[in-house]
Write a protein that binds this ligand. Sequence first.
Ligand code: SF4
Length: 332
Amino acid sequence: MSGTAADRRPLLEVRDLTVHFPVRSGVFSRVSAWVRAVDGISFDLAAGETLGLVGESGCGKTTAGRAVLRLLEPTSGQVVFDGRDLIRMNRRELRATRPRMQIVFQDPYASLNPRMTVGDIVGEPLRAHGLARGSEFDDRVAALLERVGLQASYRFRYPHEFSGGQRQRVGIARALALSPELIVCDEAISALDVSIQAQILNLLQDLQDEYGLSYLFISHDLSVVEHIADRVAVMYLGQFVELAPVAELFREPQHPYTQALMSANPVPDPGARVVRIPLEGDVPTPLRPPPGCRFHTRCPRVMDACRTHEPPHIRTAVGSSVHETWCHLYAG
Ligand code: SF4
């Protein structure tokens, strides 16, 4: 790839992103505790790249995705988008940057206003930013619908007239309206039937090829992430436990939590020998994460050090990329 070093700077650089929510109690609503939903995650995302973010429900992945877009306020950290820190932007700067970053939600029905026609839903961002009016507005909405595989004439219909897969196509068309560079897909296909999931995944990949989009693809489903991601970050109780190129992670998962998640993943070959690693107990509350390694209360390979000391951050070169693991097993 040609270009200067500046050209190769990641589109998104997230550093020590932390999101803590206050818990209030008593007549004066004093802050009595903090929910540590996201606790110091860091990653880069290149232009045209897909980073999968996986973990059990409640691990903080959705909160992380929204904090990256500043749809909720991070407690601390940096989110540098195209060289500028979103967290330090004022309202006007943020509004000017917003069109470049969009989100596709899990439930396409809940995220579409049932009283608006599909044309108005898809075109709403164009109107909000004063980018098209009259016949140009109609043409752009028609082109967006056709680009996601819907007929232009559907713009006069309402969301309830569509199937789940079609509604998600509407959500994607709306996200594309402002020609974004980054899209956060928050469990974007989880509510769909398996056959429809494949169609929407293919659509997302086609759009990425065509427009060079970057995706932060949030999912609890490892097989979906394996299909679409270039690299995968595994999250547990607000922190990353492993981050690696997708083929490397699936060939050689290092962290016991990743290994357990993978062993629970359905394998298409019924003859394949799969050793299940049971994950016992529930995820502890993010109000009081366990000391040391947060996974130690459920880890089948727990050692004494895990209960008291934070795990080291181990980085191993894999070609031009890096396999990162946070675990005492790999220290020295
Ligand atoms: Fe298990 Fe210890 Fe590694 Fe945590 S640091 S995953 S408890 S072996």
